[in-house]
Design a protein around this ligand. Structure first.
Ligand code: FES
Length: 157
């Protein structure tokens, strides 16, 4: 078994931050047209040292084990980050200790990145005035609004 697979297994043995945050400040949902998997992420912010930072991040995945393992790592990594810092995290940074994803699994990491970006887009205080019309409080509207928008899919050879 490769070290990647064993790290995924380790992460799955004790996945972190699964489930809904009922009073979340932002929710993001994306689906992968490639495999049909879906991932939803919740963000809850707090004030720390005069900065608005992520207090908790959680997820629900209707998808593969890699997406669950990456989401578990990513939601841990997000704690203490500002929305701006979180926005700049790439899919490969979000994998944390799992390290680089094998080519066939890259889109699984991008599913997590997509859900995070969608949540940050839906975060009202972070919305720039130009994006004011973008504030979508409901899951249904977030699902329709960004159909495939933020998720990049890498074709598999
Ligand atoms: Fe679909 Fe991993 S196979 S997200």
């Amino acid at each position: 078994m490769s070290s990647f697979e064993s790290k995924v297994r380790e992460a799955l043995a004790n996945p972190q931050n699964q489930g809904e945050i009922p009073d979340a400040d932002a929710i993001g949902t994306v689906g992968s047209p490639e495999c049909g998997d879906m991932l939803r992420m919740w963000l809850k912010f707090t004030e720390k040292d005069g900065k608005r930072v992520i207090d908790r991040a959680s997820f629900q995945a209707f998808g593969c084990q890699t997406a669950i393992a990456v989401a578990s790592m990513a939601t841990e990594l997000l704690r203490g980050k500002t929305a701006e810092e979180a926005k700049h995290l790439t899919a490969s940074e979000l994998t944390g200790d799992l390290g680089p994803l094998p080519p066939m699994k890259i889109h699984c990491g991008q599913l997590v990145e997509g859900a995070l970006r969608n949540a940050l887009d839906n975060d009202s205080p972070a919305a720039a005035p130009a994006e004011a019309g973008n504030m979508a409080p409901t899951l249904a509207s977030s699902l329709h609004r960004k159909a495939g928008g933020t998720l990049r899919i890498v074709p598999i050879d």
